[in-house]
Design a binder for this molecule. Structure first.
Ligand code: HEC
Ligand code: HEC
Length: 427
């Protein structure tokens, strides 16, 4: 009896100590020489919890998380001093102009103000200060070239930093142009592109970064979502308490297109448990199939931030070339047939029924849980508030893009905007 009890107490002690490390006791991990560390059994993060007995499996999981946290927050891979946390910082997993101003005032040498954070990769902090965007260099896919410079192999666009809330564990569509098929590919791209590493990450390190983002509390906007990621019940639309919140909710209920009724207007594209999938009614208003994950809501077309407009020549599998002008054509830069989750919903590329230029300016439909905390919005950060987002939708509803939803059939009134903002704050 006593023996069992003392074994139990030792176990609890070890778990608490490891828990403290996994929860960010950086000093202990860094020095490795505190009393607490000295008492811990060393667990190799290369361990596999599925192959271990329960207690060792728990220790293994904690060791893997602690290492994932260290890699995300502090590992520089011999690069320019940046870590994942440089840009996906704080409780909101992103940066906004207020945070940028605070960091610039505190320390102009903050790692944020390097390389792609600067106006032209070399100097200047005006763009990041105004809009919290960074420069992203995209290799052009086969069939896409720059009209003005046909030999160019890449183009640079300015994009916001999407929040790491909820997405890593619960959204298989990664990046505004859906280019990365997995979190491991994504992390490798970030280490190369943002941190300019000189030390290559190992496969295990990339997996630990992914695992950390899929597990730690920091990457979820509430407990229901974290439980959902572990196989629990899916989140449900909040009921709303006030009359305004309840009216706002109606826009997110799945319903057929029936203008001038606005019921279901947002759910066409923001449906499913994460509010990021198109629903069964989407075809009539937009022409897209159910489950489609990228749309053009007129953000690039409007170009509110006046980014340089680039001309792209786009050639399909049958040799037909069309020209597209855009500051950031989104999934065109990945190639729609290179995105398996979209290609699966399209007629085969060789049939040339849909020209790839048709997909210009479509960007990933983001999940909306916790959206109140993740401003600025849209791929270019052009909407600084939720009210700005809804103003953009009124622009889109009037934009005559040839689909019923863009042909002036609906308009958000001031009351609608108030109701939608009130409801989205509950997410
Ligand atoms: C310089 C700032 C910066 C750093 C450093 C950075 N990111 Fe990002 N992150 C971005 C930007 C910008 C995007 C979107 C890029 C795009 O779509 O072209 C992004 C996208 C992502 C996404 C996809 C989110 C979504 O909604 O699709 C994940 C996940 C992510 N980053 C994780 C990481 C990890 C892990 C690291 C470290 C290895 C990291 N990031 C380092 C700026 C940064
Ligand atoms: C046709 C499909 C479609 C419809 C309809 C639609 N959305 Fe979106 N939504 C998107 C896409 C795509 C984006 C990302 C656009 C971008 O980055 O350029 C987006 C982005 C957003 C964002 C910004 C989120 C972020 O993290 O940046 C919010 C908020 C939002 N939508 C709310 C709404 C509301 C409210 C409605 C109804 C009035 C609505 N959406 C209707 C497709 C749609």
């Amino acid at each position: 009896m006593t023996k069992t009890r003392s074994l139990f107490l030792v176990t609890v002690g070890v778990l608490l100590a490891l828990g403290a490390i996994a929860n960010g006791d950086r000093g202990a991990v860094a020095s490795g020489s505190t009393d607490r560390m000295a008492r811990l059994p060393a667990v190799d993060p290369a361990c596999d919890p599925d192959l271990l007995p329960p207690l060792r499996a728990t220790l293994c999981r904690l060791a893997r998380l602690a290492e994932g946290r260290r890699l995300f927050d502090r590992e520089e891979f011999g690069g320019n001093g940046r870590t994942c946390e440089t840009c996906h910082s704080g409780r909101d997993g992103t940066i906004d102009p207020r945070e940028v101003a605070r960091r610039l005032a505190r320390d102009p040498n903050d790692e944020l103000f390097r390389h792609d954070g600067l106006d032209d990769f070399v100097e200047g902090t005006s763009r990041i200060s105004a809009d919290a965007t960074v420069l992203v260099r995209r290799e052009l896919p086969f069939g896409v070239s720059l009209t003005e410079d046909p030999a160019a192999s890449s183009v640079v666009v300015a994009r916001g930093v999407p929040s790491t809330l909820n997405t890593p564990a619960l959204d298989p569509a990664l990046m505004y142009d859906l280019r990365d098929p997995t979190l491991v590919d994504q992390a490798l791209g970030a280490i190369r592109g943002h941190a300019l590493n000189t030390v290559p990450p190992t496969r295990l390190e990339l997996e630990l970064i992914a695992e950390f983002q899929k597990t730690d509390r920091r990457f979820f906007s509430n407990r229901t979502l974290r439980r959902f990621a572990r196989g629990g019940d899916s989140p449900r639309l909040p009921a709303g308490r006030t009359a305004s919140e309840k009216r706002g909710r109606e826009f997110f209920v799945d319903a057929p297109w029936n203008p001038p009724s606005k019921k279901g207007l947002c759910a066409f594209c923001h449906s499913g448990p994460m509010l990021n999938e198109s629903n069964e009614f989407v075809e009539l208003p937009t022409g897209a199939p159910p489950g489609w994950r990228a749309f053009d809501v007129g953000v690039s077309n409007r170009n509110a931030l006046n980014h340089p407009v680039v001309s792209f020549d786009v050639t399909d599998a049958c040799g037909t070339t069309l020209t597209v002008e855009s500051p950031d054509p989104g999934i065109l830069l990945t190639g729609v047939y290179q995105i398996p989750m979209l290609a699966a919903l399209l007629p085969p590329e060789a049939t040339c029924q849909l020209h790839p230029a048709f997909f210009a300016n479509m960007h990933k439909t983001p999940q909306l849980w916790g959206v109140e905390h993740t401003a600025p919005y849209f791929h270019d950060n052009s909407a600084k508030t939720l009210e700005d987002v809804l103003e953009q939708y009124n622009f889109m509803f009037e934009s005559n893009m040839g689909f019923p939803i863009t042909d002036g059939n609906v308009e958000l009134t001031e009351q609608d905007i108030e109701d939608l903002v009130a409801f989205m704050k509950l997410l």
